[in-house]
Write a protein that binds this ligand. Structure first.
Ligand code: ASP
Ligand code: MG
Length: 415
């Protein structure tokens, strides 16, 4: 007998028919003699709808003040519905099951409403119920904050609920069911030749997730890596018996770094800011980063270049698209303090990245990348690298072209 955590995303529980299908997948594991905890997302589209309600009311008045605590109370309801529905569907198949909300477990989080972090899970009650033969159907995405209020874990957070629960329950497996049948070398909607990977390392997955591949929430990969919990990503869409084994996300092994590059990711959620004619002296960049962090804005890629004016530099950096207005406002008001002459910005940019642990031991990767882009006349605005990735910022118009060019250049169709 094994203990299994199965997680189902929004499209997997999109309607009652899908929920019945999921109940069948869960029932099959139970019939094999396993103890099962299931983590569910809201029905697809539901969370966006709830967020829409909040945004609409929020726009009503100029009276400021935080509302994230109530945002959480509202958006967490989507998962409450699916956990109850799946528990009923299981009972109607003759499988013992009950729903669990975050506070009932309890899954405790910090106070950062709408982007809370899990602090502690006490699985004793859940454990006892599972040992009694009940399937635990857990509402993902939600927890209870230190002051006893409902909290949520950030968009895509039920992946993190599943991994955290698997760790707390010392599960033997954590299976994440979604609408794609695994992790692909790139987005198959852009490059038809994209291939499903059998295995990928935690580190590569972490980079791909944070660089824009949306299959897993970044935090869930971090958590799995830190606890050495392999995750299997697979589809819930296949009819019985024909599902493939998906992709295993696990610690790297010897076979993995034979592949120089494992994936090409892209993110359109970028905006570029250039500060013109900055004082070229120690401390200027620190000041700018200070202005951004005071405004709670994450700065991603940074590049500094000479300005034509003497003793001056231009600084270009990127922030999330949503943060652009806030960033420009903060910079304008700090103009005198920081010392620069002008600001330019562009939100029509995409970050395209290649990721692979094989880059550590292979040379010529950057050359291949930049040649492939140059051959298509794609201009690179900003570059950022780490040991296992190279990212470039380009005009959004060339996103598809760049992704396909890189997928080809690294022969990922043979991955
Ligand atoms: N329903 C939440 C969202 O849409 C959480 C999740 O699906 O993981 O972000
Ligand atoms: Mg998701």
């Amino acid at each position: 007998m094994a203990r299994i955590v199965m997680k189902f995303g929004g499209t997997s529980v999109a309607n009652l028919e899908r929920i019945r299908h999921v109940a069948g997948l869960v029932a099959a594991e139970v019939a094999d003699g396993h103890q099962v905890a299931v983590v569910v997302s809201a029905m697809s589209g539901e969370t966006n709808k709830l967020v829409g309600f909040v945004d609409e009311l929020d726009a009503d008045s100029a009276n400021g003040g935080a509302i994230e605590d109530e945002y959480d109370a509202i958006v967490a309801t989507g998962e409450q519905v699916t956990s109850g529905l799946l528990a009923i569907a299981l009972r109607r198949r003759g499988v013992k099951a009950r729903s669990w909300l975050g506070w009932q477990i309890p899954l405790k989080t910090d106070m950062a409403h709408s982007v809370a972090r899990i602090e502690d899970i006490t699985p004793d009650n859940l454990d006892a119920s599972m040992t009694d033969g009940n399937v635990a159907v857990v509402a993902g995405f939600q927890g209870i904050s230190e002051d006893g209020r409902i909290s949520t874990l950030g968009r895509g957070g039920s992946d993190t609920s599943a991994v955290a629960l698997a760790v707390a329950l010392s599960a033997d497996r954590c299976d994440i069911y979604t609408d794609v049948d695994g992790i692909y070398t790139t987005d198959p909607r852009i490059a038809e030749q994209a291939k499903r990977l059998d295995r990928i390392s935690f580190e590569e997955m972490l980079e791909l997730a944070s660089l824009g591949a949306k299959v897993l929430q970044t935090r869930s990969v971090e958590l799995a890596m830190n606890n050495n919990l392999p995750i299997r990503v697979l589809t819930s869409m296949a009819e019985d018996g024909v599902a493939n084994p998906g992709t295993l996300v696990c610690h790297e092994d010897d076979t993995m770094d034979e592949r120089v590059v494992s994936g090409v990711a892209y993110s359109r959620d970028e905006a570029q800011i250039t500060l013109l004619r900055l004082a070229d002296k120690p401390g200027t960049v620190a000041k700018i980063c200070g202005v951004m962090s005071d405004a709670n804005i994450i700065v991603d890629m940074i590049v500094q270049g000479r300005s034509r004016a003497e003793n001056a530099a231009n600084l270009t950096f990127t922030v999330g698209k949503r943060d652009l207005p806030k960033a420009l406002e903060a910079l304008e008001s700090a103009k005198g303090k920081v010392g620069f002459e002008g600001i330019k910005s562009d939100s029509n940019v995409t970050k395209v990245s290649i990721v692979g642990i094989g880059m550590r031991s292979h040379t010529g990767v950057a050359q291949t990348m930049f040649e492939a882009l140059a051959e298509r006349n794609i201009n690179v605005e900003v570059i950022a690298t780490s040991e296992i990735k190279i990212s470039v910022l380009i005009d959004s118009e060339y996103t598809e072209l760049a992704v396909r060019a890189l997928h080809n250049a690294f022969e990922l169709q043979n991955a």
